[in-house]
Design a binder for this molecule. Sequence first.
Ligand code: SF4
Ligand code: SF4
Length: 172
Amino acid sequence: MRQYFRNIFTAVWTILIGMRITMRELFTPAVTREYPEHRPEIPDGFRGRLHNKIEDCVVCYACANICPVDCIYIEHEEAPRGQFYAFASNGAPIRRNATRFDIDMALCCYCGLCTEVCPTECLIMTKDFEYSTYDRQELIYHFAKPWPEAKPMPKARPTRRQDQTEEAAAEA
Ligand code: SF4
Ligand code: SF4
């Protein structure tokens, strides 16, 4: 009998604890943010629409390979032997010309893995979240901007040791 009343007390007590927050919110004034007039502040690290700074892309396929839903489509052509198109921001010569670099944002699950593996960090997730459309085709973003032509690779840059030797010779 004692256990019976104890159970009733426990049930009522836990309900009161749960309702405490509800009761408090009941008397808190409601706040309605009138979007889009009052735009939300997007925090850093937000995973919005993908963007590729294609001029810095070395076409390594790392992003396409890691994408869990296979929504990155890349095609490329190789530069002729001994030639390249440009240097990427990490110093690597770009020897592949992306003739196709499409991302289907309708399939993307916003995991961010592709941006994590990108060696030049040219693939980024922007804070843009307003790109809804009635046409799914408009959610396929095309980033390819093929280089017009390849150019010969420059002669090897001097190593750090060569630099130091030359400096020492100049000082002597
Ligand atoms: S965020 Fe994830 S799902 Fe979207 S393209 Fe990158 S790897 Fe694929
Ligand atoms: S991982 Fe980066 S550099 Fe490599 S293909 Fe993708 S966007 Fe280009």
